[in-house]
Design a binder for this molecule. Structure first.
Ligand code: G3P
Length: 218
């Protein structure tokens, strides 16, 4: 499973990238707004930090506008992945951009029918939003399961990019189902390492070691 960091916070990206845990980054208009920075400037900086794909989302809602914005975003760096909404103009732009050799990430996916369309449009990634389905009383993991089954039925190469991740369990379940990527908020990514028994066990090892009076030196 590839781990993308779901943020436009450069400091968080640097910290996690330094751990060797980051395979890419996803942003969206809300995350850019939260960063308080210019989209072109912050996206360029992120592209210089991570080698993997950096998803930058268009804000136009019509095909021509999407294509114009995609050209501007793609020119930022070679590792830009163009993020497009799951609408008919978005799918048309996805087909055109993928055919032209760009990586594409079709986002705001809430049904397997939508995911099927994105795969037929040649999307590099599909972003089903787990947390927002949970928010309305559905089980977002069911969507990941359905998409995995459909894509495997037909050998679609579109990668399932589990998004709107809100918990460690979301990451675990998405991995068990076989999502290709999880895009994870920084705090949740750091939380993956946490377990009370690990902390307790390490404390016990160190306490016993201290009793030996030994040190590991040449
Ligand atoms: O990548 C999509 C993600 O940023 C949306 O997350 O928690 O706003 O549903 P959330």
């Amino acid at each position: 499973m590839k781990f993308f960091v779901d943020t436009a916070d450069v400091a968080e990206i640097r910290e996690l990238n330094d751990l060797g845990l980051v395979d890419g980054v996803t942003t969206n208009p809300s995350l850019i707004a939260k960063s308080g920075r210019d989209i072109m400037e912050v996206t360029k900086e992120i592209c210089g930090i991570v080698e993997g794909p950096v998803s930058a989302e268009v804000t136009a809602t019509d095909f021509d506008g999407m294509m114009k914005e995609a050209a501007i975003l793609a020119a930022i760096a070679d590792n830009i992945c163009i993020k497009l909404p799951l609408t008919l103009p978005g799918l048309k732009a996805c087909k055109a951009l993928t055919s032209a050799g760009h990586q594409t990430n079709v986002t705001l996916c809430f049904s397997s029918a939508q995911a099927l369309l994105a795969a037929k449009a040649g999307a590099t990634y599909i972003s089903p939003f787990i947390g927002r389905l949970d928010d309305i009383g559905m089980d977002g993991m069911d969507l990941i399961r359905e998409i995995r089954a459909i894509y495997d039925n037909y050998g679609f190469e579109t990668q399932i990019l589990a998004a709107s991740i809100r918990s460690i369990n979301h990451v675990q379940q998405a991995a068990i189902i076989g999502a290709d990527v999880a895009t994870i908020p920084p705090a949740t990514m750091k939380g993956l390492v946490k377990h009370p028994l690990t902390d307790k066990g390490l404390d016990a090892f160190l306490a016993d070691w201290a009793k030996t009076g030994q040190k590991i030196v040449k």
